[in-house]
Structure formats: C-alpha cells, structure tokens
Design a protein around this ligand. Structure first.
Ligand SMILES: [Zn+2]
Length: 243
C-alpha cells in the first residue's frame, strides 16, 4: 500500500494525532489532536489525515513498525514539527514524548498480539472487556432513547427514561446501569477510531435531546461493533502505561 504523501508528512500526522489521544477528551486537547486540528496545523485537508491513518492500519505490522521507528519520529519532530505555525511549547513537549510504541498502540488493532508484554496482556484484555460492557450498556440505553423519544431522569449511565403514557400519565423505564468510570475511559479509545465521538465530552451530561442530535445511527452501530469485538485502539489514563 502506497503512503498518501511523503513519509515524513505521514509520520508528522501520526505523531500529532497520537499527542493527547490517550488523555481525557478535554476540549482543548481534542482540538489539538482531532483530525481537523492536525490537518489545519499541517496545512492539509482532513481527507489526507484520514487516508494516512487508513494506510498505516492497512500496512503489514512489520512495515508499519519500520515507518515509525523512534529515530524517524525524532527526525520528524525536530524537523517538520518544531517550526510549525501554531506549535506551542506544551504541544512540542508532548510530541517529543511520542514513541514508536505510542503510534502503533494508537493506530494498530494488532498491537496487543505483537507487542504488549505478557504481564499486561491479561490486564489489558480485562480492561477492554469492561470497556466493551460499558459500550454495550451505552448502546442499549441510546437505542432506548431513540425508540421512546422520552426524557432522561438521572443520566445515560443510570436512571430512568420517562415517556408519556395513557391519560397523560408518565411511564418510566429503567436504563441499564453502566459503570461511569468505564464509560469515561471508553471515550478516548472510541475517538481514536471514530472521531465523530469527539463531540461527547461526558456521557453523563447528555440530555435525551443531545443524544438524539449528537449520536447518529452509524455511531450506535460502531458502539455495538466495539462491544462485540472487545478490542480497542488507543489508550486512556488507565491503560496508557501498559506497554
Ligand atoms: Zn484504556
């Protein structure tokens, strides 16, 4: 598979995308590491960023690992990135910390079988299983909101959905209980693969209306997909150090 641009440019995209991807999706960090943010920093169109990630995922693991060796990352960081307009000291500091492992971890679903050391493998799988359970619960609750068009008492991770019943009465249906912490850790993982989830900062703050407006049918399908697949890309604050 041919890279969609010069290799150093592709690598610059991956490094910038990896910066902040493992962090909680606070608004400022998301702007920096979103596909749009990275495209605009590098003066490219977003499709180039999308194509680069696709190319990197589609290459063989060995080829991908060679493309992002630590030396190559260093040369791109100290060459292409350091002089970029909009580059801040804080962002540069983070870019300098990105390693080959970070890039592979963020963009290769087969990272675990190729790299993660044995001690961390079972921990990581357990973490992923918990994220998958949270994804399934959130998908079920989201579908309930879609189907009933009611309003939420509590929030999408717990509580009830109220809908109007007969004679103006209200009927309440309990939502599935979803671990709030796992729902939170799920977000950075989700955003790596499906950037459309970047508009969700905190599941608990979503009203029924937000859910209908911000979660599309396609996003719901992707939540379901991950809950079945039980493997995730990227890292969150829990699994970041497991390499
Ligand atoms: Zn994680």
């Amino acid at each position: 598979m041919e890279p969609p641009d010069k290799l150093d440019k592709c690598l610059a995209i991956l490094v910038l995308r990896a910066v902040g991807l493992h962090e909680p999706p606070a608004a400022t960090k998301k702007v920096l590491s979103s596909q749009e943010g990275v495209a605009s920093m590098l003066g490219l169109g977003k499709p180039k960023v999308v194509a680069t990630e696709k190319w990197f995922r589609g290459s063989s693991y060995k080829a991908a690992a060679v493309e992002c060796e630590d030396e190559a990352i260093k040369s791109v960081t100290e060459g292409l990135l350091v002089d970029l307009e909009g580059m801040t000291a804080e962002l540069m500091k983070k870019a300098r910390q990105i390693t080959q492992k970070d890039i592979l971890r963020n963009f290769r679903p087969d990272y675990i079988e190729n790299n993660v050391n044995f001690t961390f493998r079972s921990k990581l799988q357990e973490h992923w299983n918990n994220l998958a359970i949270a994804a399934r619960g959130l998908a079920t609750n989201t579908r309930l909101v879609f189907n009933t068009k009611g309003y939420i008492m509590g929030d999408i991770t717990s509580g009830y959905i109220y809908t109007s019943g007969v004679f103006d009465s209200e009927e309440q249906t309990p939502l599935n209980k979803v671990s709030k912490t796992h729902a939170m850790y799920l977000l950075p993982h989700l955003c790596v693969e499906f950037p459309e989830f970047e508009t969700i900062i905190d599941w608990r703050r979503l009203t029924a209306q937000d859910i209908s407006e911000r979660i599309s049918k396609g996003m719901l399908d992707n939540l379901n997909l991950l809950s079945q697949r039980t493997s995730f890309l990227g890292t969150c604050e829990v699994c970041e150090s497991w390499k």
